[in-house]
Ligand binder design. Sequence first.
Ligand code: ZN
Length: 412
Amino acid sequence: MNLDRLLERFCRYVKVDTTAVPNAGRYPSSAGQRELGALLVDELDDLELEDVEQDAHGLVWATLPSNARHQVDAIALCAHFDTSPETTGKNVRPTVWKNYDGGDLTLPGNKSLVLRVADNPAMKEYVGKTLVTTDGTTLLGADDKAGIAVIMEAIAYLVEHPELVHGPVRVCFTCDEEIGHGVDHLDPKKLAAVCCYTLDGSGHDLIDVETFSADLAVVTVRGINIHPSIAKGRMVNAIRAAARFVELLPKEMSPETTDGRDGFLHPYHLEGGVAETRMHILLRDFTDAKLVEQEQLLHRVAAQVEKEYPQSQVDVQVAPQYRNMAGGLAKEPRAVAYAELAHKNLGRTAERTIIRGGTDGSRLTELGVPTPNLSTGEQNPHSPLEWCCLEDLGAAAELLVELAQVWAKEGR
Ligand SMILES: [Zn+2]
């Protein structure tokens, strides 16, 4: 891998501000996503890929055609343009630390921000390598420009090495993943692949094979409002009833108290007044059956609150968001098996991991395209303390090159 070129590539992409904007009322939610898409279209054209297109929704598509003499199933590679709105992505100044010495890193644009080894024990693995951080005033955007850079470098490498035999590789870059709209305009038929890999995972050599299953509950509590001066025995305060509702949710089922495979109920938004309050609650678990139990719990709590506050009405509406990809991945076991084989061929060991959240792959898998998630080298996403290692980016690109060849050998 040409690490110098990969570093230039990564730094070029992170400098385009692609911060997602919640509730923007347009798609993509920020102009920078189209701008970065246009830049990539030029680069994909320069590589002479086929079907290069930025579609009406800002998604970028391309095909690296097969160079195999035999029929090989097509695979797809996917990453997202946008960065998290939690930290600004304007004027990103990537800071490169060559031959990292193993110490704490004081970020040059904000000396109060220090990337400490004590808080980031993973840094100890990286002595002597090249790290990229922010200058402390923005996020870095390795989530997910690391994924984009890795895919682009791997494709460039395959184009430059026609002796490496691979099948058709579809490329798709998406918009607004961070605000839950990554797959809104992604037609799985257009992807035309037996499986897809999102490059949107942290660290190295991890294969995310499970995500949460997720529902959203909207709980509306209706009370009776009347002037406080004459309220005795007549007012029913929806704020107090809503507070009781939250109090009745088991504390041991919250994000603050769970990890690993344990799910949670997470009230994260509350608004309203005496007459009516409304709250939004995330339901999360790795099994769909437990999600059903969580929903039943909400209905029991609602009944309890109505009992304690006669004449109040507590309405619970639950809507599905996304589902654990494990079930969908089982339908195309080659997706994960070949990713593991590619690691093995490179003398590396892949670890299967689970994510306490969702990816574009959760929805894509549900739509019939099994989509595990691969490491890109990113660390501390969504934060001014975000960083990534250049050698990890290179290792991720190398993996994709090997993976394309594994599919050509095995995937016929
Ligand atoms: Zn991401």
